[in-house]
Design a protein around this ligand. Sequence first.
Ligand code: NAD
Length: 321
Amino acid sequence: MLIVPEREIADLMTRDAAFDAVEKVFAAMAARDAYNFPVVREAIGHEDALYGFKGGFDQAGLTLGLKAGGYWPNNLEKRNLINHQSTVFLFDPDTGKAKAMVGGNLLTALRTAAASSVSIKHLARDDARVIGMIGAGHQATFQLRAALEQRQFEKVIGWNYHPDMLPNIEKVATEAGLPFEAVELDGIGEADVIISITSAFAPSLMADHVAPGTHIACMGTDTKGKQEVESALLAKASVFTDEVAQSISIGEAQHAVAEGLIKESDVGEIGAVINGTNPGRISAKQITLFDGTGVGLQDLAVAAAVVDLAVEKGIAIEVDF
Ligand code: NAD
């Protein structure tokens, strides 16, 4: 069995490799070559932790496994460890033998950023020049860094519920040589692409805030009850997702579906757009919305890519197991 420790991931994994792995696995999901297993998520009654498993099998890429981990809210204060902790386990689909154990913390951020980037590549207008961020926490910086590679953006604008966090995304814009402007929510309509990545349980972005032709990637809602954008916005937009079942149950579309504003059949798969079986954006005035809920296959895809890179560079630790 191979081990790729968390400490090695930053030097091994590139944004390009994460993007390719995620784009490929979304396509495989839409072609029914890959599927996710039901998610397990439990409050374990210890340290207030939420622990669970996200797994799947990609028959096209021959990737089988799971990500185990969750959220330990006291880690940072008590132990100087980050609160999100996860590990990916890969298995040989021919034999069932454990194949690799890979640190999953940084990979989670990279695969989540890759997902919205894939949506921008396939759904945003080619002439998108202004990108708007809603959210300025840990994931937001990864999201912005990856998104900037998808179009010739000339300006970053941003809004955050906690304005004191905005320098986090301003720093990414500055590093990319782009101007940054903090805006009120009614100013976010200047953006051609909006990424929303917050832990909110009530909408910030309203349908009226968004101009025709905008692409929105809603990346924060991954649990029942969370919500980042007004349901009416989904009714106005063409909605796409990584996995429809998750989108309508734990993703941003859960609210619009529950309120009867859209139906399950209104939600398209981003993989079908990648495969060319769904046309995706068909006009410059259309609002497109990607509901990125986060699937186990994304984790397995980036973990398999990083194992290959670690083997190539002689960094993978081999243990007799
Ligand atoms: P974080 O704690 O670092 O940042 C949280 C962000 O949410 C900050 O910008 C904060 O200001 C904002 N926020 C908090 N309360 C708010 C409110 N009431 N209204 C509006 N904004 C509010 O968290 P993070 O690590 O950046 O994660 C952000 C979200 O992304 C979380 O909900 C997390 O579960 C989700 N996430 C999704 C995926 C996926 O695949 N879709 C993957 C990883 C994380």
